[in-house]
Write a protein that binds this ligand. Structure first.
Ligand SMILES: [Zn+2]
Length: 419
């Protein structure tokens, strides 16, 4: 019996949006297929492979719902909006009754038409100074408090706290440039939803007033950068009710991720969050620092989730060359990991949370590849880690929520069903 004398553990590596569709400029290969990736291929050849529908076949997943699924949850059951995960991940202690939003610093013209939804992917230093000023804004209804915090680049979170609030409100973010910022509308016919929409519209207007006169933005314009003169809100959410992984599988679990959305999902699942200063959630992140932290964390934990945002960023920007490059960097990160961990007691799983197409710039409902190596796995004939190669593997075609039980079964953490 393995578990009698070894502490078996799992390292789950997620390349955000790493899967893609075949691309003409890559000779009809996907970025994963085109990249040089000896370590991923090694994993595929010694491990067991498959393809996975993160949510269900043909359903484009969000990073939040997909990560919930990869942690073993039924996202349809537990998902309560993006906002709360963003807020939890940014370090805000979200309370029962709070309504939380994901925000973007954006650039708009004098008619509130969006010129850049990410304000040129504004640097953290500029966003922090702008956020400091926004925190001083006063709402006309003093029974409602708000918390605002910038996270990475253009990303920020807003939490409304008070009685009679609702998450049933629309987004002000139309999701595309060239459109006007939308008025927030109640999505239910009740006083809570109307009240929440009114507060948000007031806040957005007051934020815009502060931002358009802000010295940081005047300086940005002088430097030829887009001003971050508006805040867009979306994804209203409340605190989710989630049974922690420690309770379901009796495991100690840790997350190594830079983006607040993923950190928030992991926090909601009861995982410990590690913070690595040089991990930025961008293609320039410190891959090896993340790998080192994950390897170290495996010494004290049963489950480590290592998340890399970079491939998704490149895909949303339609930057095929950058996507191939970051996949090659993830491969070098994987090489470091495979050399450092004890493969006699560690299962390493590699996958993506969803497909992000470099052509559409969107998350798509196509399945993603998955490979698992570790003691006694039934290795198959797959020799390459890719969307098409892995489809021939021994895991067949899975749902995202099946992955965690499969991994937990390997380390003896799933209870028998029946006698
Ligand atoms: Zn994602």
């Amino acid at each position: 019996m393995l578990e009698g004398w070894l502490r078996l553990k799992v390292l789950l590596i997620i390349g955000d949006g790493m899967a893609d569709r075949p691309l003409k400029e890559l000779g009809w290969k996907t970025p994963l297929e085109a990249a040089r990736k000896p370590s991923m291929n090694h994993m595929a050849s010694v491990g067991i492979c498959g393809i996975m529908d993160p949510i269900a076949p043909g359903i484009p997943p969000g990073s939040d719902t997909a990560t919930l699924a990869l942690l073993g949850y039924d996202a349809f059951e537990v998902y309560s909006g993006r906002g709360a995960f963003e807020a939890l991940g940014s370090g805000i202690a979200v309370m029962e009754g709070d309504v939380c939003f994901r925000c973007n610093f954006a650039s708009v013209d004098e008619n509130h038409v969006i010129l850049d939804r990410r304000a040129g992917r504004i640097a953290d230093s500029d966003a922090s100074k702008l956020a400091e000023s926004l925190k001083k804004v006063k709402l006309s209804d003093s029974s409602v408090k708000f918390l605002f915090a910038n996270t990475v680049q253009h990303r920020a979170v807003l939490v409304l706290r008070g009685s009679k609030l609702s998450r049933a409100v629309s987004d002000s973010d139309p999701g595309i440039t060239g459109e006007k910022v939308l008025e927030v509308k109640p999505l239910e016919d009740n006083s809570e939803a109307r009240h929440t929409a009114k507060i948000l519209n007031e806040l957005m207007e007051k934020f815009h007033k502060v931002l358009k006169e802000h010295p940081i933005n005047k300086e940005r314009v002088a430097r030829g950068l887009p001003p971050a003169n508006a805040i867009l809100v979306r994804g209203a959410g409340i605190l989710p009710k989630i049974r922690p992984l420690s309770e379901i599988y009796s495991v100690e679990a840790v997350c190594v991720a830079a983006t607040s959305l993923i950190r928030g999902v992991c926090k909601a699942a009861g995982m410990q969050l590690l913070t690595i200063k040089s991990a930025t959630g961008t293609p320039q992140t410190d891959y090896i620092a993340k790998a080192k932290a994950a390897v170290q964390a495996l010494k004290e934990n049963d489950l480590v989730l290592l998340h890399v945002k970079a491939p998704d960023v490149a895909s949303h920007d339609g930057n095929v060359r950058q996507k191939v490059e970051v996949i090659e960097k993830i491969d070098r990160m994987l090489s470091y990991i495979l050399n450092k961990v004890d493969l006699g007691e560690t299962y390493v799983a590699l996958t993506a949370d969803h497909t992000t197409s470099c052509v559409t710039g969107n998350h798509e409902g196509d399945p993603v590849p998955v490979a698992i190596t570790g003691p006694y796995v039934r290795s198959d004939d797959v020799e390459e880690f890719g969307e098409r190669a892995c489809a021939k593997g021994g895991l067949g075609r899975l749902r995202g929520k099946d992955l965690m039980p499969i991994l937990m079964n390997f380390i003896g953490k799933v209870k028998k069903f029946g006698a």
